[in-house]
Write a protein that binds this ligand. Sequence first.
Ligand code: CA
Length: 176
Amino acid sequence: MLRLNSRFTRPPRILLVEDNDNDRYLTERAFAAVGCNLHLDCVEDGDECLRYLRKEREYSAALSPDLVLLDIGLPDLDGWSVLARLREISDVPVLMLTAAVRDEDKVRGLRAGADDYLPKPFELDELLARLRALLRRAKPEAEADEAVSGELLQVADLQQDPAGFEAYRTCSVSSL
Ligand code: CA
């Protein structure tokens, strides 16, 4: 089992914001293929991402994502708009996923509060390296509240929601 960050005593929670079913599926399977020790939630658009972040704040810090993987090409609200609104409510590390990274996009993103970029399609090794780097800097704020500790080897498909907020599809991330 691959641990992404030894500072976390629980699997890091990662929120993937991706409208493309295939990209979402491939990312989910890629994590599973290397047996990543993480909890991955997936949402399909910016509104859903912002709702997710607002609700976890309202109900429980333990449900806060430790990192957001944010696709730039999203319907309705694009990734830039989502990032701007997200920064009003959260300082969670954000890794932007983009089809083409131009220098002006990098500057724009850094000004808007992005922490890193990854051009699509990406190699899993590079994604993992960037996740590790960002998580190393992340503060595991929710750890004190988290009952889960030690090695969690498998994350179930369904997310139990103790605060009673709407069920988000939890991607299956487990060792093959
Ligand atoms: Ca997209």
